[in-house]
Design a protein around this ligand. Structure first.
Ligand code: PLP
Length: 464
């Protein structure tokens, strides 16, 4: 049995750097052109300045950073990215990326299997969730020109924006008190006959709410609309469906029946930014991508990714990094799932502590690993002041003592829908939000809760 332990990027670096140098040397040496020469002392100074400037950040890598959707890539992903980046393949065409195009097919097969897609799915990696969603919405427009996009009012703003880019109408469907798309409101909209595609978000960016996909699919089909799943954030929770609430798990399992799906390996897949993915469960979508390119595809008759994507150049290093990561952490409950699960448990535990607190109260139950909560106050204006003060004070102490949180804006109506009645002396107020996407959060929850309660008491007293 091999012994597992934490690894650092520093200890992994030598192998890919040396290995690629050896590979390059097999082609014979050449002189680097004078124009590319540098003064090593100057470079050292610049890199020193860079490291200093990077200090001007929140500590996204630290478990005490429980704010936005931010975490560093795994060292395996970084080492694989670095190895590949030295050759800089471009997964646009096979000619420009033989090895990494093959790796991309392998990781896509694994993503497709995770979602229960058929073996003849079609898809590719993208630079981001935004471009992945744009592509799925563009295909929907080609299939049903002139028809609108329906998404939940809590969906990522990208859908409304991409509707503008594509020149199609978008409609925001009201959400229920749990942050999920209202099926009644969706049905009313579908009945108008103007909807071409319904976007279901499995893991909304704000609340981590999971739209009722298992019901959305038959409803949309009955009205002749496609279903696109935006699970850019939540997709990898499919791996731990059996650990989620049954009501949540059902909708992750329904992804298999959706027409297209987007997931971001650069969120819960341990990758550096620049790694999204879009998958279609039907190869016939290929016909929408036809284009002529006399200057790119020549060394292969196989399909190039450039022929089935909106983007042109795309980092082969992204595919290699994901490929290496999934070799070490396969798409199973015991593999990558074991990294996603502790954050889910951390959110449930913290939610429980907040529900019992005399100074804090939950906004809603977390379906994934994002929690939202608020101080127990009387008015909207007070809520906003105290929340902002908690956010600032928790981070304004010596570095090892800091807790980094985020905020989320709500209305009196949204609070009332969750049984929290506040005097409406302001139209909006910030509440507290934490994304618990690092497995290292879990053991820290009691301590973080204790800290946040302490800061909440102080914030309350300084704002009153
Ligand atoms: C993050 C996110 C996006 C946008 O993806 P990017 O990779 O940031 O471009 C879209 N939808 C959802 C649900 C997201 O969480």
């Amino acid at each position: 049995m091999s012994q597992k332990r934490a690894v650092t990027l520093a200890e992994l670096l030598e192998q890919p750097v040396q290995g690629i140098q050896t590979l390059k040397d097999t082609y014979g040496s050449w002189d680097v052109h004078e124009s590319q020469h540098v003064d090593p002392d100057q470079v050292q100074a610049v890199l020193g300045e860079l490291v200093e400037r990077l200090d001007d950040n929140f500590p996204y890598f630290h478990p005490q950073y429980a704010g936005q959707m931010l975490k560093p890539p795994h060292p395996v992903a970084m080492a694989a990215y670095l190895a590949t980046m030295q050759l800089n393949p471009n997964n646009h065409s096979i000619d420009a990326s033989r090895a990494t195009t093959a790796m991309e097919h392998e990781v896509l097969d694994q993503l497709a299997a995770m979602f229960g897609y058929p073996v003849d799915y079609m898809g590719h990696l993208t630079w981001s969730g935004t471009t992945a969603n744009l592509e799925a919405l563009w295909v929907s427009r080609e299939i049903a020109p002139g028809k609108a996009i329906a998404h939940s009012a809590d969906a990522h703003y990208t859908h409304a924006r991409m509707g503008e880019v594509l020149g199609i109408d978008t409609v925001g469907i009201a959400t229920e008190a749990d942050g999920r798309m209202s099926l009644d409101a969706l049905e009313r909209e579908l009945a108008t006959g103007r909807v071409g595609v319904v976007v279901a978000t499995l893991g909304t960016t704000g609340l981590g709410a999971v739209d009722p996909l298992a019901e959305i699919i038959p409803l949309a089909k009955a009205h002749g609309a496609r279903v696109h799943v935006d699970t850019a954030y939540g997709g990898f929770f499919s791996l731990i469906a059996e650990d989620l609430a049954p009501e949540t798990a059902r909708h992750f399992r329904a992804i298999a029946q959706a027409d297209s799906v987007v997931v971001d390996p650069h969120k819960h897949g341990l990758q550096p930014y620049g790694c999204g993915a879009v998958l279609f469960n039907d190869q016939s979508m290929l016909r929408y991508y036809h284009h002529e390119s006399p200057y790119t595809y020549f060394a292969s008759t196989e399909r190039h990714f450039g022929e089935i994507q909106l983007e042109c150049s795309r980092a082969g290093a992204s595919a290699a990094a994901l490929w290496a990561t999934l070799k070490v952490f396969p798409l199973t409950r015991e593999g990558l799932g074991a990294i996603v699960l502790p954050g889910y448990r951390a959110a449930q535990t913290w939610h429980g502590l907040i529900a019992e607190s005399d100074i804090l109260q939950p906004y809603q139950r977390p379906e994934l690993d994002i929690i939202t909560y608020l101080p127990r106050v009387r008015t909207m204006a007070e809520l906003d002041r105290v929340s902002h003060a908690i956010f600032e004070m928790a981070a304004d102490t010596t570095r090892p003592q800091q807790t980094h949180l985020a905020t989320y804006v709500v209305t009196p109506q949204q609070l009332a829908a969750r049984g929290i009645e506040l005097e409406p002396d302001a139209e909006r107020a910030r509440i507290m939000r934490s994304v618990l996407m690092k497995p290292e959060h879990e053991p820290l929850i009691p301590e973080m809760h204790h800290h946040v309660q302490m800061w909440s008491r102080r914030a309350y007293s300084v704002t009153h």
